[in-house]
Design a protein around this ligand. Structure first.
Ligand code: GLU
Length: 311
């Protein structure tokens, strides 16, 4: 692994190399509260195997992690219900938009994977099962605060309210799955938890640190504590690799070669097994919904470190 100074230098280099791309792409506007974000923001952070977090640019500015939260809810749901989760949600790339309803009808309401909206709503349904939506969010916040070592992580209530007010498509998906018996709890209860976990505000530093267990076979590399079983961490990574970036997951695997998850807030969490985790944030999205400058930054980092899992 590169030394601490090397890593700081490397992140500064990636920041400079991708500067011309800053502001490119389009900020998500279908959630009104996300439309106001400055498209020129750019942050990157790397958490290494000692738990140290290196950062550059706007790496301390909290942003809306949106669908990146689906990685953490998946981890919690797998710990909670085990492999039975896969009876309700598949693990194949969808090849269609993250909020598509067409595939759901063909496949009797069982979503293709847990990282597209209907799949994540199914996962959230499993988390609200006992205790309701507030308890599910409290458990998720407690988990993230411990893993990130930062008690200040919170849900951005304005973003959650904005999404709840405009969430007709997610409501349709949820009711559709309810009609097939895939969702077990009250639809509005499940969505209230779903909208809130998508509205988590985290900085690149917090996000990289919180996901570090995924790079070390489910363990916190600093303490050796098992966060999730090793086989679960590997499987979460495999789902991220195949399904983590909407309908450009293949492109991301091709260019970056690391498991990752994009969110429409412009964040990407990427996992370099055995090395660490990288979180990047730049709000301008490409056509498929992945951060344009963020993906380019990860590509530049991997080019310089050789961290592709296909190495
Ligand atoms: N909260 C967003 C939605 O449900 C998440 C989308 C994303 O980041 O992929 O549409």
């Amino acid at each position: 692994m590169a030394g601490a100074e090397d890593m700081d230098r490397l992140l500064a280099e990636v920041l400079a190399a991708t500067a011309p791309l800053r502001g490119s792409g389009r900020v998500a506007t279908y959630i009104p509260a996300l439309a106001d974000v400055d498209p020129n923001r750019f942050g990157i952070a790397f958490a290494d195997g000692t738990g140290e977090v290196h950062g550059a640019g706007d790496c301390d500015v909290p942003f809306s992690i949106q669908s990146i939260s689906k990685v953490f809810t998946l981890a919690l749901a797998l710990e909670r219900v085990g492999p039975a989760l896969w009876d309700k949600v598949g693990r194949e790339p969808s090849g269609s938009a993250f909020n598509s309803i067409v595939q759901l009808e063909h496949e009797q309401g069982k979503p293709r994977n847990p990282l597209i909206n209907p799949g994540a709503i199914v996962v959230t349904d499993q988390l609200v099962g006992d205790g309701g939506a507030d308890a599910a969010i409290d458990r998720l916040l407690a988990f993230l605060r411990v893993e990130a070592g930062d008690g200040s992580i919170r849900v951005d209530d304005a973003v959650a309210a904005s999404e709840a007010a405009t969430g007709a498509r997610n409501r349709s998906l949820a009711w559709f799955m309810k009609s097939f018996g895939i969702l077990t709890n009250d639809v509005e209860t499940v969505l209230s938890a779903y909208f809130r976990h998508c509205a988590l505000a985290m900085s690149c530093r917090q996000l990289a640190r919180a996901g570090l267990f995924l790079a070390f076979d489910g363990r916190d590399p600093c303490t050796g504590r098992e966060v999730v079983a090793w086989h679960r961490a590997r499987r979460i990574n495999s789902v991220m690799m195949l399904c983590g970036h909407y309908d450009n997951s293949g492109e991301f695997a091709f260019r970056v070669g690391l498991p990752g998850k994009s969110g429409v807030g412009g964040g990407i969490l990427a996992v370099a097994p055995g090395h660490g985790t990288i979180a990047v944030w730049s709000p301008g999205l490409n056509e498929a919904g992945t951060s344009a400058a963020g993906a380019a930054a990860l590509e530049a980092l991997v080019e310089r470190t050789g961290w592709s899992v296909f190495f």
